[in-house]
Design a protein around this ligand. Structure first.
Ligand code: NAP
Ligand code: ZN
Length: 348
């Protein structure tokens, strides 16, 4: 039987979230039902719920950093059992047949993967995310949270962790490589921890020096304020890789000037506005400007195992389901230290 569970939903771009109930489908042969314990708050939840990325199928339950415990498995599920510690990130399915899915890159599914919320599911219903008590997901889109990581600090790894791990790996962050992270919020603080754990030399480029002590504690070697024009003179032509996690437009050309020859700047931040790039920020030093979306399911598992091995989790502030509106305001004010995580027990 479908199950009715408690959730908090966005109902309009400018209204507080409201408590509601949603229906989770019956567990099919390949499905896993998860009792959600913790749900991370990603800036993408805000962009989406407020209609910044396009029309929203209200009412909508957002949340794509899900950590919980398996409560039920379908008859043909092979990889998970009741009681397992698991996670779900930004996707809950993909076509499984296209060239990208065949390569195991479901995040780049040519027919479009099915997002954890605001996506259209196989049965035509709108997917509803993690700010809720349970979720039902095909086992192929579930990952295992290693025993070494607590579920609350694991939740943000499902989006913030993988979204930074994937480009760091793809562009070869590691020993002898200079990596800069722009913006030290949810994604940015994970980028610092992960790049440091990979052995890279890490610099934070933040709006101010307010969080410098934290940045150095999390593994950065250097920390500079982008509000100080001297930063751009001092660091010109320095970095092999820059990960831009900023949720708003920044001066890309100024940041591109910080790349060494053959360096790459990868945008994971996803502001809705177009960002102008001058070709002459790229041509004279054969620089690359790129984008990157989350990571595949296999890479998400690899990232979780890497985090367990290196003792990496998110820095979190635990909140109740009734505190999400306030938390969103603090995220928008760059006052997040460094990921809000909803204690889903508060939805009971
Ligand atoms: P967040 O916690 O709000 O962090 C963003 C950080 O950017 C802030 O903490 C702040 O850091 C900096 N910042 C904010 N406004 C700024 C401004 N006007 N100018 C300069 N810096 C500013 O957000 P998040 O959850 O990490 O997400 C970041 C972005 O990544 C969002 O756009 C989100 O939608 C996107 N995202 C993309 C993917 C993907 O697959 N590509 C996945 C997840 C999220 P400082 O205070 O240190 O400057
Ligand atoms: Zn996210």
């Amino acid at each position: 039987m479908p199950t009715i569970v408690n959730a908090v939903a966005a109902t309009a771009p400018d209204q507080p979230l409201t408590r509601t109930t949603i229906t989770r489908r019956d567990v099919g042969p390949h499905d896993v039902r998860i009792d959600i314990k913790f749900a991370g708050v990603c800036h993408s939840d805000i962009h989406t719920a407020r209609g910044e990325w396009g029309p929203v199928p209200y009412p909508l339950v957002v949340g794509h950093e899900i950590a919980g415990i398996v409560a039920e498995v379908g008859a043909e599920v092979t990889r998970y059992a009741v009681g397992d510690r698991v996670g779900v990130g930004c996707m809950v399915n993909s076509c499984g047949e296209c060239e990208q899915c065949a390569k195991g890159l479901e995040q780049y599914c040519l027919r479009g993967n099915i997002q954890t919320y605001a996506g259209v599911d196989a049965d035509g219903t709108i997917t509803q995310g993690g700010y809720s008590q349970q979720v039902v997901v095909t086992e192929d889109f579930v990952v295992r949270i290693p025993d070494g990581i607590d579920l609350d600090v694991a939740a943000p790894l499902l989006c913030a962790g993988i979204t930074t791990y994937s480009p760091l790996r793809h562009w070869g962050a590691g020993r002898g490589r200079k990596v800069a992270v722009v913006g030290m919020g949810g994604l940015g603080h994970m980028a610092v921890k992960l790049a440091h754990a990979m052995g890279a030399e890490v610099t934070v480029l933040s709006q101010s020096l307010k969080k410098q002590e934290d940045g150095l504690r999390l593994g950065a070697d250097d920390y500079y304020a982008t509000s100080d024009p001297a930063t751009f003179e001092r660091l010109a032509n320095t970095f092999d890789l820059i990960i831009n996690t900023v949720s708003a437009p920044i001066d890309l050309n100024a940041h591109l000037s910080l790349l060494a020859v053959d360096g790459a700047m990868v945008n994971v931040g996803a502001p809705p506005q177009p960002l102008p790039v001058q070709v002459f920020s790229l041509i004279p030093s054969r620089r690359t400007f790129a984008g990157s979306a989350i990571g595949s399911i296999a890479e998400t598992q690899e990232m979780l195992d890497f985090c367990a091995e290196h003792g990496v989790g998110a820095e979190i502030e635990l909140i109740t389901a009734d505190q999400v509106d306030q938390a969103w305001e603090r995220v928008l004010a760059s006052d997040v230290r460094y990921r809000f995580v909803i204690d889903v027990a508060s939805l009971a």
